[in-house]
Design a protein around this ligand. Structure first.
Ligand code: PLP
Length: 368
């Protein structure tokens, strides 16, 4: 079965092997050496002033970011389940929340953010997804961050990059906190999350908030290549192996280029066989198609062609399907995926099979 869900993503064989070694104690020079190397790689991935790893799924890092960087009112962008989650986290922690809500195919406009910030001087942090995985939507985070900083540089910009870090290069100029999670573009099992922080964020964090998710406590330890609590040793060993694997495959720039090219080739190939791309501004992390037959297409892809893609949630259940673009994806697998979608459409009697999806995919992907 080919796993083509936008998280979890497949874990490369060599990374699974690295994680199958005997358990290592976390308070040892051996593990600290691994931690130090991993941290160095994280700095080159995040391009931030500080990085910190947490033993939690991505939501844990979202909560850590909110409680440490928002002390009054959080403005969150809700164009999907993950954006909505930021508001819920704020309220659960006794903070106020202001929400900008849009349909899941629609980005937050810079103007709507500016208006909200101008209307409420209690807003001290903004949380937004770079890639909102609910509908495969790319928000204009860089523009939002720039416009907000021009009004008030003290407002913290929290960018959820769980399906963006490792997918594309992110301009950190105006971002204070960038979040990543292990099971998406980082090609690991779930359970590790990472935050990249600006110096302004470090100032705001001060002595930190919360206990397990107190970022000040955690950063103090991690600067010494250890962790405040027991480290997710296996996943950190896996993460180092991931970084070395990316390097062996030509480095981060090549990964970003290939991801962008593959996402474009898949989008065009599916449009060429009459499918419609759901988000008005598609993220490179996944290809999202809205279709009345979405459920049938998913089921047939899985049962007849061994391709596992994701569906939609809530009001989009049965209405969309999402094909992963994150990670080191062999091109022959992706070619098979678009061909399978075309075969499914033929089986459904929607169009005669003529190999168009594969032809368009190959023309775009190999026309360099
Ligand atoms: C997956 C995901 C999350 C949540 O991560 P969990 O690991 O499930 O806690 C948050 N934001 C985005 C954009 C995601 O894709």
């Amino acid at each position: 079965m080919l796993l083509f869900t936008p998280g979890p993503t497949p874990v490369p064989q060599n990374v699974r092997n690295a994680m199958s070694e005997e358990t290592m104690h976390h308070r040892t020079p051996e593990f600290e050496a691994i931690f130090e190397k991993t941290r160095k790689h994280l700095f080159s991935l995040f391009k931030s002033d500080e990085v910190v790893m947490l033993s939690s799924s991505g939501t844990g890092a979202m909560e850590a970011a909110v409680i440490n960087l928002c002390h009054n009112t959080l403005l969150n962008v809700n164009s999907g389940k993950f954006g909505e989650r930021f508001g819920k986290i704020a309220v659960a922690n006794g903070l106020s929340s202001v929400e900008i809500k849009n349909e899941w195919d629609t980005t937050a406009s810079v103007a709507s953010i500016i208006e909200a910030v101008k209307n409420n001087s209690n807003i001290d942090a903004i949380a937004v997804q770079i890639s909102e995985s609910a509908g495969g939507l790319r928000h204009p985070v860089e523009e939002i961050a720039k416009a907000v900083k021009e009004i008030n540089p003290n407002i913290m910009i929290i960018a959820d990059g769980i399906t963006a870090v490792g997918v594309e290069k992110i301009d950190m100029t105006n971002i204070d906190c960038l979040i990543a999670g292990s099971q998406k573009a980082l090609m690991l099992p779930p359970g590790l999350s990472i935050l990249g922080l600006s110096n302004r964020a470090l100032e705001k964090i001060g002595s930190g908030k919360g206990y397990y998710f107190n970022l000040a406590t955690e950063i103090k330890s991690q600067r010494k290549n250890t962790t405040a609590w027991t480290a997710a040793t296996t996943l950190i060993i896996g993460l180092l192996e991931i970084f070395e694997t990316i390097e062996k495959n030509g480095g981060l720039e090549k990964l970003y280029d290939e991801t962008a090219l593959r996402a474009k080739a898949v989008q065009f190939s599916l449009e060429a066989i009459g499918l419609h791309i759901y988000p008005k501004s598609p993220a490179k992390s996944m290809t999202t198609v809205d279709d009345a037959d979405a459920s049938k297409i998913r089921k047939m892809l899985k049962n007849e062609f061994s391709v596992n893609v994701a569906g939609g949630q809530d009001h989009l259940e049965g209405k969309i399907f999402r094909i992963n673009q994150m990670g080191l994806i062999p091109v022959y697998e992706m070619a098979w995926v678009v061909n399978s979608v075309e075969l499914v459409l033929a089986n459904l009697g929607r169009r005669k099979y003529d190999g168009t999806a594969n032809r368009v995919f190959n023309e775009i992907f190999f026309d360099k």
